[in-house]
Design a protein around this ligand. Sequence first.
Ligand code: AMP
Length: 539
Amino acid sequence: MRSTMMDVPLLVSSVLRHAAQYHGETEVVSRTVEGPIHRTTYAETWRRTQRLANALAGRGLHIGDRVGTLAWNGYRHLEIYYAAAGAGYVCHTVNPRLFPEQIVFIINHAADKVLFIEPSFVDLLQTISDKLTTVEAVVVMTDAAHMPVSWTLSGLLCYEALLAEQPEQFEWPVLDENEAAGLCYTSGTTGDPKGVLYSHRSMVLHAIAVCLPDVFALSACSTVMPVVPMFHVNAWGLPYAAAMVGAKLVLPGPKLDGASLHELMTAEDVTVTAGVPTIWMGLLDWVEAQGQTFGRLQRVGVGGSACPPVMFQRFRDQGVDVVHAWGMTETSPVGLVNRPKAGDGARSAVDEAAFSAKQGRPIFGMEFRVVDAAGNEVPHDGVASGLMLVRGPWVAAGYYNAERGVDDAGSSWFETGDVVNMDSRGYVQIVDRSKDVIKSGGEWISSIDLENIALSHPSIQEAAVVGRPDERWTERPLLVVVRRPNSNANEDELLAHYEGKVARWWVPDSVVFVEELPRTATGKLLKTRIRELYGPEPR
Ligand code: AMP
């Protein structure tokens, strides 16, 4: 029997409309590429978004056309998010930190028709513009005074001039909620990047989940600063989630160093923030070195890579709660979140460290399976590991315009490529990417565990562990580290640090000291490159 409920689609435009109607005075604060701090409100953002939607429609775009962005976290990027998706186009965020050839591949593959870029990316665009085959217009996200003079090609539009010409009213289309609203390419370390097309429905449902108390716990009293870039899986849904609950939004622009983040965070009374561990290392180092505090900050979401227990403790020492979370481009991204359950009580320091290393338990909407090579579920005992499969309303069922979909195996589950264990209470720990786990003597060694232990040594700034081919054992772990400035910890000292913390056969065979570790454009350790550099033939 059909219900008697209204069939109102879940649309991205309805999120900002709600924010403008009921939280119109709430602020959106941005650090701009031009320099100054910019302040606006949800009501003003809505008006400007309608102007922008008119401008896009006026360019003759059709429903489903892709609108690309090469931009940092800022109010204009927020307007593009809502205008492009709300008007029925697809907001395609491109990671400007990728290699130019990858950017060209992604823009052409997505067939972006309009491209919005920060003024600081005009030079980059100039080097690739003759290779872009589908872009009809490039809009520089600035005002007339800051338009680049160096541009040699014609047809460059000015964002503010474009908006100024447009009316403030826009007739938002009532779309099918399963239509595409956003597009993001995976930052995969092998093969060509693959596009994940998010629907209005998946975006809205995921944003509701992000607000839940056991996720980022957002409300109209929160001040949210997404440090995770808006080009990295929709800044983990925070630009939608914040507007949905009417939280103040603080957008840090291009300056992600410890001093700049701290200045903005404390000046704007940020209560919740989120980003990848490398960013937090920089901020923690700066705050501790300067003897500063985190002001009103209550929670920091950490994901994208494993949050080392030592980082959890450093935040705790400053009175800030860590929300360790797991996600992927294909999962919108949030899937697992590490929050305690009732009755957990106080833990010993050792138990607390072990708990904090876990990526968390499934949030509602996400189903998880952990299976062995034969596809059989492994015991949920917190020890047995297997491949993690997921499904849910915000998980990709295929890639955009790809010959083969997500679902190569023909099942309705998405294979994450992560090797994990799950305990009896549903908490999952990522052992490794299946490609990165170290196979030694027929057993698996977790590179993440070994990295976390290295990072708990006071002299270590960054650590990576990779498998080095070994005739007898197949692979043996190699530790590659960046030391903190002015520290001179040697190999013996670092290897001794593993004693009593892991089985003896897990202890890395040797240590390589380097100045920096290669990372992907989203800040993850580039293990393929580390293996190439230090794996087969140690330097
Ligand atoms: P991406 O799609 O580029 O965001 O990468 C997703 C992958 O990042 C996942 O499959 C995991 O391997 C890794 N990842 C994300 N969050 C975490 C986390 N909290 N701990 C460990 N690995 C993570």
